[in-house]
Design a protein around this ligand. Structure first.
Ligand SMILES: Nc1ncnc2c1ncn2[C@@H]1O[C@H](COP(=O)(O)OP(=O)(O)OP(=O)(O)O)[C@@H](O)[C@H]1O
Ligand SMILES: O=C(O)c1ccc[n+]([C@@H]2O[C@H](COP(=O)([O-])O)[C@@H](O)[C@H]2O)c1
Length: 189
């Protein structure tokens, strides 16, 4: 079974998350997707984070109609905050699953700042989905350069989940500028 994982703060969840996930599911031919709600991104200021339970519940509300999409509180339960730790547990626990790590272009732009990012790239194939204004920073980022030889063309995206990591694809398919930051600012100007 192939499973796409979109890790995120979901502070709050929005249509952009949905668009990324639906596009990835379709183009990568994934059986299922998980939204992995982070207890707190280690690179983000904890100030301004809504409580985990609130972020989780809002993500569930937004996705209820999609049976192929599960909102997971795995990191909260495991007590992991770093993706490398989470993926070590998941790959050991679900030996027969073929995981693909999903992320927006802005995440690839700072991927080289994540703990043991090379180990993550060795562990799991990755799909990077476009985000308005982020393409240049993503594709010229230190991680994109370091991993350039493992990039596959977008028209081979369907093969990604079956590939051995490292392997990644850039999908220029989402053009929705929505962000959690914008939603929070509109709520509390
Ligand atoms: N509009 C979007 N287009 C493409 N990718 C997105 C979009 N919104 C979120 N993502 C991706 O979804 C993942 C989780 O994002 P996150 O929960 O941080 O939302 P966000 O809108 O980026 O939040 P914030 O504005 O608080 O930084 C990240 O990999 C991010 O790149
Ligand atoms: O492991 C890390 O060092 C790391 C650093 C920054 C972000 N992440 C993960 O990236 C995902 C997206 O985070 P965010 O806050 O941009 O939604 C989420 O699963 C985070 O746990 C992970």
């Amino acid at each position: 079974m192939s499973i796409g994982i979109l890790g995120g703060s979901f502070n709050p969840a929005h249509r952009g998350h949905l668009e990324v996930t639906r596009a990835a599911r379709h183009l990568l031919s994934l059986d299922r997707c998980w939204w992995l709600v982070s207890p707190g991104n280690p690179l983000k200021d904890p100030e301004g984070y809504a409580p985990f339970e609130e972020r989780f519940a809002a993500a569930e509300d937004l996705t209820r109609q999609f049976r192929w999409l599960t909102v997971s509180g795995m990191e909260q339960r495991l007590g992991t905050r770093f993706t490398v730790d989470t993926m070590r547990v998941l790959t050991a626990r679900f030996r027969h699953a073929r995981f693909v790590w999903l992320m927006g272009a802005d995440s690839l732009a700072t991927f080289h700042l994540w703990r043991d990012w090379q180990a993550i790239a060795q562990m799991v194939p990755m799909a990077v989905i476009s985000r308005p204004g982020e393409q240049m920073a993503a594709l010229t980022s230190p991680a994109a350069r370091a991993l350039s030889r493992y990039r596959i063309p977008a028209d081979e995206a369907r093969t990604l989940a079956a590939r051995k990591a490292p392997a990644w694809v850039y999908l220029p398919v989402v053009h929705n500028p929505v962000s959690s930051t914008e939603i929070r600012e509109k709520r509390d100007p």
